[in-house]
Design a binder for this molecule. Structure first.
Ligand code: NDP
Length: 371
């Protein structure tokens, strides 16, 4: 049940939630209250009722500030199923042809786009034009130019654009970011990000360049890129990359199977990363500084995340990532809350610029400078 006490337990699971909720008046809150939560709620329609959309919808059942009120889908049978499961009225159900009409729907504040990568660009721009806030899954687009167009369209429409970076709200991740920011790890020298899994069905959209925009890098390698940035706390200035392919039938032209890449940062810190669709048990971050280290394994899966530093294991309780993400994103959209690690469209574009550079570096074998 969504009571004030449950809400506060969730948002304080991260040791850093409180300083980032400037509009929340904790003095007036009775921590032991079981009165129903009666604050602002973000009413969300999910677009794309697939595997991850289903996970987000399920997790949102226990969110306090976000509620599923609509769906957009190309599959009528799924719409019926979701209507029953989540009590969604007919007037809040759309398909890919008519969802522009959402502009007249007062029950929906935001649309969460959870479709194949290459569709995000046009869908996000259409949602923005309909005057609704947008949350878009990663990767937000298939290249930085498209990502920037989405940012511009949302700015023009005066709506917020957030990217579904759930790790930006994960308590152990945030603790390591806090330690690094506080200087507890000393000057940062090195980050390692290993991200991958062995992909199955060769006919799925993730292995179709037209829908995925690439291969493992777009899907899973992006976690190492994004992680290197929030763990080191700087933007890379150069990349080098090497690609290997063991199965050119499954991984066609433009669909990367395995890429090793290196990133250089202004302070002199370096990152060494691996992105692959051909190895399991690969979900590890390692951050090394002059005074200490942090190690996470698993580092970006659905959890529980495991992490330890030079002073011991992190024991923050596991939270369902998508439940907290949706509460935090509702606070960002409705209350202007500033998250510790940004999740806005510009953040998504930064990752895409690095992906563009990695693809260029892998193709030419040359170091690519980033502006
Ligand atoms: P799925 O294939 O399971 O679902 C995608 C859904 O998109 C489909 O079920 C379908 O829903 C809709 N869709 C619309 N057009 C197409 C099309 N041409 N081909 C296939 N599906 C289409 O994918 P996922 O849910 O796993 O991934 C969706 C997005 O979410 C991706 O961008 C992915 O990177 C991201 N993701 C993020 C994760 C995270 O942890 N942040 C984890 C997993 C995925 P419908 O039938 O309702 O139209």
């Amino acid at each position: 049940m969504n009571t004030r006490r449950v809400f506060l337990q969730k948002i304080t699971a991260s040791a850093f939630a409180l300083p980032f909720m400037p509009d929340f008046n904790f003095e007036n809150v009775n921590l032991s209250s079981d009165a129903p939560y009666d604050g602002p709620v973000l009413r969300v329609a999910i677009m794309g009722l697939g595997s991850y959309g289903s996970r987000v919808a399920e997790a949102m059942l226990t969110s306090t500030m976000a509620k599923l009120t609509g769906v957009i889908s190309g599959t009528p049978s799924k719409i019926k199923e979701w209507q029953t499961k989540y009590n969604i009225p007919e007037k809040n159900c759309y398909n890919y042809e008519n969802f522009d009409d959402i502009k007249n729907n007062k029950d929906i504040d935001a649309v969460y786009v959870i479709t194949p990568n290459a569709l995000h660009h046009d869908q996000v721009i259409r949602v923005a034009k309909a005057g609704k806030h947008v949350i878009c899954e990663k990767p937000m687009a298939i290249n930085a130019t498209e990502g920037q167009e989405m940012v511009d369209a949302c700015k023009k429409a005066n709506v917020k654009l957030l990217v579904g970076y759930r790790m930006h709200f994960e308590p152990k991740t945030l603790e390591i970011v806090r330690m690094r920011k506080a200087g507890e790890l000393g000057k940062i020298l090195f980050f390692q990000g290993l991200c991958g899994f062995k992909i199955g069905d060769p006919t799925q959209w993730r292995l179709n360049k037209a829908l995925a925009g690439g291969g493992a890098m777009m899907d899973i390698g992006i976690y190492a890129i994004n992680g290197s940035r929030y763990m080191i706390g700087e933007e890379p200035i150069w990349v080098t990359a090497e690609e290997t392919k063991t199965d050119p039938i499954k991984f066609k032209e433009g669909v990367d199977e395995t890429i090793m890449f290196q990133l250089g940062f202004p302070s002199g810190a370096v990152a060494s990363c691996l992105s692959t669709y051909n190895m399991n048990n690969l979900d590890r971050f390692f951050l090394n500084g002059e005074k200490g280290f942090a190690e996470m394994q698993p580092s970006t899966g659905y959890g529980p995340i495991k992490a330890r530093t030079n002073i011991g294991e992190l024991t923050h309780p596991h939270v369902t990532h998508q439940t907290v993400q949706m509460d935090e994103m509702a606070a960002i959209i409705l209350q202007g809350k500033q998250p510790m690690v940004p999740v806005d469209g510009e953040e998504g574009v930064r990752d895409l610029k690095i992906i563009d550079a990695i693809f260029a570096a892998a193709k030419t074998g040359k170091k690519v400078e980033l502006k």
